[in-house]
Design a protein around this ligand. Structure first.
Ligand SMILES: Cc1ncc(COP(=O)(O)OP(=O)(O)O)c(N)n1
Ligand SMILES: Cc1ncsc1CCOP(=O)(O)O
Ligand SMILES: [Mg+2]
Length: 205
């Protein structure tokens, strides 16, 4: 089964909460609640709805960006990028029991997150996507192969999920680069049946 992290998104059709519900119904065990440009109170309200549902489905719940809220709500962890709280600072606040993921686009980013104590890396973008503004340079398959081989040479063992514009068809080739898992949003939410698409993705490799 593919290790899949679903990133919530709001569309014309689905709310953030509904997007997560469909991924959970499809069997996804790892949800990141990502609600950009949303007041903290609204993020908190959705996280409070989602937490018991993730528990029911034995799924991990991470918050994008919000370290203090993750601590307050006792979710499983956070995902942090370059513009967010530094990972070592988040670790001091959250302790070892919380999962902390970090965004990387280069091997230098990987090194920085490794030394700061990240639990996993979200490396991307694989290709252009409209789900995130201000994208870093697109990596393609070559980018992942290069970063993974540099990690191996440096004996850096951290789980890596690929992210950014990934579809069902891309997954086998991406996993063959040595990446451990996939994070995605749009290709599930654009599918005619997002629950079925989640199942199809989980079973594709
Ligand atoms: C799994 C995963 N990888 C990368 C990101 C991007 O995080 P960040 O760079 O902080 O950008 P925003 O998502 O906050 O816009 C992610 N969220 N998840
Ligand atoms: C959060 C994030 N970080 C890099 S690309 C991306 C968006 C992923 O969503 P999609 O699968 O719709 O491209
Ligand atoms: Mg962020």
């Amino acid at each position: 089964m593919v290790s899949l992290q679903f990133i919530t998104h709001q569309t014309d059709v689905y709310s953030y909460f509904e997007s997560a519900c469909m991924a959970l119904e499809g069997g996804c065990k790892w949800i990141q609640l990502r609600m950009k440009d949303t007041p903290l109170q609204e993020v908190e309200a959705v996280a409070l709805q989602l937490k018991p549902l993730c528990k029911e489905h034995n799924a991990i719940l991470l918050l994008d960006d919000h370290v203090e809220l993750a601590k307050k709500l006792e979710v499983d962890g956070v995902h942090l990028g370059k513009k967010d709280m530094p990972i070592d600072q988040a670790r001091q606040i959250l302790g070892e029991a919380f999962i902390i993921g970090g965004t990387a686009n280069t091997f230098e980013d990987v090194l920085q997150h490794y030394h700061a104590g990240a639990d996993y890396l979200g490396i991307g973008p694989f290709r252009f996507t409209t789900t995130k503004k201000n994208l870093s340079p697109v990596l393609g398959l070559e980018g992942y192969s290069s970063i993974i081989s540099q990690m191996r040479e440096a004996n850096i063992e951290l789980p890596v999920v690929a992210i950014g514009g990934i579809t069902y068809e891309d997954i086998p080739d991406i996993l063959r680069t040595g990446v451990n898992g996939i994070a995605l949003s749009g290709s599930i939410l654009r599918a005619e049946n997002p629950v079925a698409e989640t199942k199809r993705i989980l079973d594709c490799y």
